[in-house]
Design a protein around this ligand. Structure first.
Ligand code: PHE
Length: 405
């Protein structure tokens, strides 16, 4: 993407809000005819199972947390992907062939992730895999895709290690060293804060990595971290950590966790008399944030997109998604949509559907016009993109600022 394009896009966003000084089910649904209602979210041509292996259809896989404490991540992403598949099929498919999507639920578990990714490749014989949202689960799925030579595109995992697994693995989002910097700049320069605490999930690659990235950036800018506290998967009582944080009197708490945890942390913090803002990352992105009531007012998180962005691509996507699903698309829906469309674009360009050809077409993508911005896959198979800062107002994300890479 040219610098001018970036500036134009950013300018459009800035008009909506304040400017930020430029900173730098388990159902192996290959068996469509397998009967029974499935959670598999299968779309594409309603074919019979025998068509699966046909040259007629192109089968792609998606592994996702359709259930569990991060269920909105998987559901939103799948909604976005389904929309992209349906649009593409209506327009004639890819190379004249219809695309069939097989989605398998990993229940938000790394172990289950390995099972379903293996199944997508071995039983459903997918030519490419989309997934996951959570970095720890992408890290569980990626080595399998790499070993089997099947390209995997993560829509939204931001931990740098994900694409480092190998040349079959790419992503359409920015990575956490940037996201940590974005949060630090916002706290330091926009909110003018110098004393922070952090509270993160030590069991999640995303959370612990982003905690480190934030801390490093914030202290480099002259800020001070007065307390650093951790929790683990499944924890729902954060009072010990919050009490320890309260004793140090920080001006804000950085919480790089997922929404279910964030809602609990916010409510418990307010109960303990902690009134300072919480600041977080993309892991907050969920309609479930509303469960925090007003406990998250005056709180902010970095994300990949704002539904308030006035760009035509965004507004058309938001309108269509709302018609189809009856709600405003979150960033995950937008990234799922972008990942699928980028994959189709690469398929069109690839000389064959072999893993090698497909991966090299994906990896050479430049300036793909995504809802979440122009996507160019760099030499590390990551995307260099702007981030937005959203403010939580009664549980709803409101656009606040854009931060360029
Ligand atoms: N970036 C998070 C991770 O790597 C996942 C995420 C992306 C969650 C976007 C919400 C929105 O784990």
């Amino acid at each position: 993407m040219s610098a001018m394009n970036l500036i134009a896009r950013t300018a459009a966003l800035l008009m909506v809000g304040f400017g930020l000084a430029s900173l730098g089910c388990e159902k192996p649904s290959g068996g469509t005819g397998g009967g029974g209602a499935t959670k598999s979210g299968e779309t594409g041509t309603p074919g019979s199972p025998k068509e699966d292996g046909d040259a007629g259809q192109i089968v792609i896989g998606h592994y996702a947390s359709l259930t569990g404490s991060e269920a909105t991540f998987g559901i939103s992403t799948d909604n976005g992907i389904k929309m992209a598949v349906e649009e593409r099929n209506k327009a004639g498919g890819v190379k004249g062939r219809q695309v069939k999507l097989v989605t398998l639920d990993n229940q938000g578990k790394p172990q289950e992730t390995q099972t379903v990714v293996t199944r997508l490749i071995e039983q459903n014989e997918v030519v490419a895999v989309l997934g996951e949202v959570a970095s720890s689960r992408s890290l569980a799925g990626a080595p399998i895709c790499q070993r089997k030579g099947v390209p995997m595109i993560s829509p939204s995992s931001t931990n740098p290690d994900v694409t480092a697994v190998g040349d079959m693995i790419s992503r359409v989002c920015f990575i956490d060293p940037f996201q940590g910097l974005v949060g630090a700049k916002f706290a330091r320069e926009n909110l003018n804060l110098s004393k922070g605490a952090t509270l993160y999930n030590r069991a999640q690659a995303y959370s612990s990595g982003l905690n480190t990235n934030f801390k490093e950036a914030f202290t480099k800018m002259g800020g001070q971290i007065v307390s650093e506290q951790a929790y683990s998967d499944g924890d729902n009582d954060f009072s010990a950590q919050l009490t320890a944080i309260r004793e140090q009197g920080p001006e804000f708490i950085y919480v790089p966790g997922y929404y279910t945890e964030v809602v609990n942390i916010a409510r418990q913090a307010r109960k303990l008399g902690i009134t300072v803002p919480l600041i977080g990352g993309d892991g907050w992105d969920s309609e479930e944030l509303k469960n925090a009531g007003d406990a998250l007012n005056n709180c902010y998180f970095s994300n990949h997109y704002s539904h308030e962005d006035t760009r035509t691509e965004v507004q058309e996507f938001v309108k269509k998604y709302q018609e189809q699903y009856g709600k405003v698309p979150d960033g995950l829906a937008a990234l799922g949509y972008d990942a699928a469309r980028l994959l189709f674009d690469a398929m069109e360009r690839a000389p064959s559907m072999s893993g090698k050809d497909l991966a090299s077409a994906i990896n050479s993508t430049q300036n793909f016009a995504g809802v979440t911005g122009a996507i160019s896959i760099d030499e590390n198979r990551n995307a260099n993109k702007s981030a937005v800062i959203l403010e939580v107002v009664n549980g709803q994300p409101k656009y606040k600022a854009t931060v360029k890479p």
